[in-house]
Ligand binder design. Structure first.
Ligand code: ZN
Length: 260
């Protein structure tokens, strides 16, 4: 499962920058099915008002079993700015915002993690949730938060992946914002800077629900919300290293929980 291919597909001009709405949901549904036809795929529909118009959107939940209650939810928003709009940083210019880093990178990493987790940590019943309505106000994760609470002893863990494709090749730094004690995993490939959660994102809706919450990002850059956020600037090896790092972190964390 190659992140490069997945990111290129999501950024293809036929997706027109993945604006929130039925057209993007439909394309994404087909896309996910192509990679994950062997797992349960549920959809969660929701709507919200934008400039007086009702926007219909969908979250997609992928898990090994239908209606599985998971210990671990990996969240990544799949929609983006389309051809511009109020959140775009382009001035006087309408152009496709491919959103390679924001957040095709997170979509790809979530699928890569899911495969490893299913194989090695099946009892966690890992679930990926691809959320929508992000740029308009994170409506997808707000809808999702109504479904997820701490149902499973001893924890339910939400990991939000947003902009994970620009790992700096020198510093190897990632930002980890979390409300849990973060495991010390040693690697030469990833240098985590661990902080309390302060950013607003897809993870925010879960902070009230007594859950473990983590936000992972390689950080912002000059192409953020511009038409220049393109696939050629993605650090593919960095995404692979991040996958390996996160698997090690998850393994270590659940090990310490078992021992308590
Ligand atoms: Zn984003």
């Amino acid at each position: 499962m190659l992140p490069q291919k997945m990111i290129a597909e999501l950024c293809d001009s036929s997706w027109v920058g993945r604006p929130t709405g039925p057209a993007t949901s439909k394309l994404f549904h087909t896309w996910v099915n192509k990679y994950k036809s062997n797992v349960s795929l549920q959809t969660q529909r929701f709507s919200y008002l934008k400039d007086g118009n009702k926007i219909f959107a969908k979250n997609f939940l992928l898990s090994s079993k239908k209606n599985a209650v998971s210990h671990l939810y990996i969240i990544a928003h799949y929609d983006h700015l389309g051809s511009g709009g109020i959140k775009s940083k382009e001035v006087n210019k309408t152009c496709i915002h491919p959103g390679a880093d924001d957040n095709a990178s997170g979509v790809a990493l979530a699928l890569m993690l899911f495969d490893s987790l299913q194989k090695n940590f099946a009892y966690l019943q890992p679930t990926i949730v691809y959320t929508s309505g992000h740029e308009d106000g994170m409506y997808g994760s707000k809808a999702l938060a109504k479904l997820i609470s701490n149902k499973l002893y001893p924890y339910t863990w939400i990991i939000n992946l947003d902009m994970v494709g620009r790992l700096d090749t020198i510093s190897k730094k990632i930002r980890v914002e979390t409300n849990i004690l973060w495991p010390d995993v040693m690697t030469d490939n990833i240098m985590p800077s661990v902080q309390q959660i302060h950013s607003v994102g897809e993870h925010s809706a879960f902070l009230q629900n007594n859950l473990w919450v983590t936000f992972i990002t390689t950080g912002s850059h000059n192409d953020y919300h511009r038409c220049t956020d393109t696939p050629d600037k993605i650090n593919i090896e960095g995404i692979e290293n991040l996958r390996n790092y996160l698997i090690a972190v998850i393994a270590q964390k659940i090990q310490t929980v078992k021992q308590e």
